[in-house]
Design a protein around this ligand. Structure first.
Ligand code: ZN
Length: 140
């Protein structure tokens, strides 16, 4: 986001399952669910472990570091609250989860599959924040 500019990004749709994720994002923390039975991490948030069907849920902090698995530049349909093209990204987090997000801080022509990225947070009009990813400063 440009310094001094009011947030334009719409707020997330928060459900009973996703509230813990969005509450953490509002505090600029990236979290995921971990099964309280088998320990498997999962994202997006959901009530049951896809591996062992346990309903036991733990919430763990993630490093926010990962690599760009793939991306697409979205041109249509356009919404007035976004600048186009919107770089939609699939990020492989170092904990083994894949997350759908946006890229920021990089020109579309400079995006490279496999590039190291790190989480950042874009404020939303409702006072929350959405995790996005930018190129890792150390280029690791
Ligand atoms: Zn499990």
């Amino acid at each position: 986001m440009e310094v001094g500019r009011a947030p334009r990004r719409p707020g997330p749709i928060v459900t009973d399952d996703s509230a813990v994720f969005w509450d953490a994002a509002a505090l600029r923390r990236l979290v995921a669910q971990r099964c309280g039975n088998c320990g498997a991490l999962r994202h997006p948030p959901r009530p049951m472990c896809p591996r062992c069907r346990s309903l036991a849920i733990e919430v763990v902090s993630l490093s926010g570091r990962g690599t760009l698995y793939s991306y697409a530049l979205l041109h249509h349909p356009q919404h007035p609250d976004f600048d186009y093209p919107v770089p939609a990204a699939l990020v492989d987090l170092e904990e083994g989860l894949r997350m759908v997000s946006n890229l920021c801080g990089i020109a579309p022509d400079d995006i490279r599959i496999g590039m190291p990225v790190v989480v950042d947070f874009e404020p939303t009009v409702d006072g929350r924040a959405v995790p996005v990813f930018r190129p890792a400063a150390d280029g690791r």
